[in-house]
Design a binder for this molecule. Structure first.
Ligand code: NAD
Length: 352
């Protein structure tokens, strides 16, 4: 058995109340002046972090937004320069962490990330930026945050609907790590464990969003799934999520949620080992169906038409996918892709 495993170096603190260690962590990183980043919706969390950092917080920028638009990054860069910061502390979901990465791309600054959703950007050297309506993604080591503080307490306020779709976004990273190019036994351990923790925690998170023990399970699962995205590969599912997000401006986590069961069902015949791992993780002999049922029962939108995809978009998505395919364990077949996308568009259960 020959394989290559590349780890992404990062220091991680996990637990409840771990944000209290942020000042100590900046010190450990040799940082004296940090700019705190967040969204307008999470300004209060940004202020609390700035307060906990004391004199090391030299400013707060709360303009982070979806898809890392370059004009927003330029505004944040102006504040970064004005405040003479040498690091960023990003508290929020993938959008805020994306802004921190965009600043690191331009300055090579130190990043401390405090994720509050399950999207997983904090564990990846991947950055996507949007300019003139076009999102360009690259992999570059300097955007990987140096330190990540997973603080369960910051996830308790993640709204239930977003918890489900963000959680399924995480599971998608793990599922594709099991069968994409570069899959290996080390990553598969994390993928199976991450999927199990997240998928089994989600119903409990929805039933009692404020219970920290459910949130702890989900966040640990999110971390493991994020490692899968950071070091593993992607295949059909992520290809479709990118095509649909880019072509029809569909929302990120919701699109992942609606596509994942169908992409897995498409690949199932070609990936028996991955299906066995997912059967163990989900406790179901129909993992694709299970990845549909959990978010569906939790009230997530499972029909791409309800997310804003037009019916004639199915043909367009098939064409783009075939024109620029990602490596995938099962060959891309136009009729099979069409059938799968039609079911996802209508919100039907997946068919293996
Ligand atoms: P998001 O960061 O856009 O957050 C959505 C909303 O929820 C925001 O208003 C945010 O402030 C709020 N929010 C987040 N956590 C909260 C909490 N605990 N309590 C209350 N409100 C909270 O959404 P996301 O799904 O986390 O991230 C999506 C973005 O991340 C996309 O742009 C995607 O492309 C990117 N992403 C990048 C990578 C990567 O590796 N580069 C990986 C995953 C996602």
């Amino acid at each position: 058995m020959n394989f290559t495993y590349s780890a992404n170096p990062a220091r991680v603190l996990f637990g409840r109340g771990t944000t209290a260690k942020a000042a100590e962590e900046l010190d450990h990183l040799g940082v004296k002046r940090a700019l705190v980043l967040t969204t307008p919706q999470q300004r209060a969390s940004g202020e609390a972090v700035a307060e906990a950092l004391g004199a090391a917080a030299v400013g707060l920028f709360d303009g982070a937004t979806m898809h890392t638009p370059v004009d927003v990054t330029e505004k944040a860069m102006a504040v970064y320069a004005e405040t003479k910061a040498e690091a960023v502390v990003s508290i929020g979901g993938g959008s805020t962490i994306g802004l921190g990465k965009a600043i690191a791309l331009r300055t090579d600054c130190t990043q401390l990330a405090i994720p509050t959703s399950y999207a997983g950007s904090e564990m990846t050297p991947i950055i996507g930026q949007t300019e003139a309506g076009r999102k360009v993604t690259q992999r570059i080591a300097k955007v990987l945050p140096e330190t990540v503080i997973y603080d369960v307490d910051h996830t308790i306020g993640l709204p239930p609907a977003l918890s489900v779709t963000s959680g399924m976004n995480a599971v998608a990273h793990a599922v594709e790590a099991l069968y994409s190019e570069g899959a290996n036994p080390v990553l598969s351990l994390m993928a199976e464990e991450g999927t199990a923790r997240m998928i089994n925690a989600l119903p409990a998170v929805i039933a009692d969003p404020a219970d920290p023990s459910n949130r702890e399970e989900a966040l640990l699962g999110a971390w493991l799934c994020a490692v899968c995205l950071g070091t593993g590969g992607i295949a059909l599912h992520h290809k479709l999520a990118h095509v649909l997000g880019g072509s029809f401006d569909l929302p990120h986590a919701e699109t992942h949620t609606a596509i994942l069961p169908h992409a897995l069902a498409y690949n199932a015949p070609a990936v028996p080992d991955a299906m066995a791992a997912l059967a163990r993780a989900t406790g179901s002999d129909d993992p694709a169906g299970h990845l549909y049922d959990v978010p569906h029962k939790a009230g997530a939108t499972m029909a791409l038409c309800d997310l804003g995809m037009p019916e004639d978009g199915i043909e367009r998505a098939v064409r783009i996918t075939l024109e620029t395919p990602y490596p995938n364990p099962r060959d891309f077949d136009a009729d099979a892709l069409r059938g799968m996308l039609r079911r996802a568009w209508a919100g039907d259960r997946p068919r293996v």
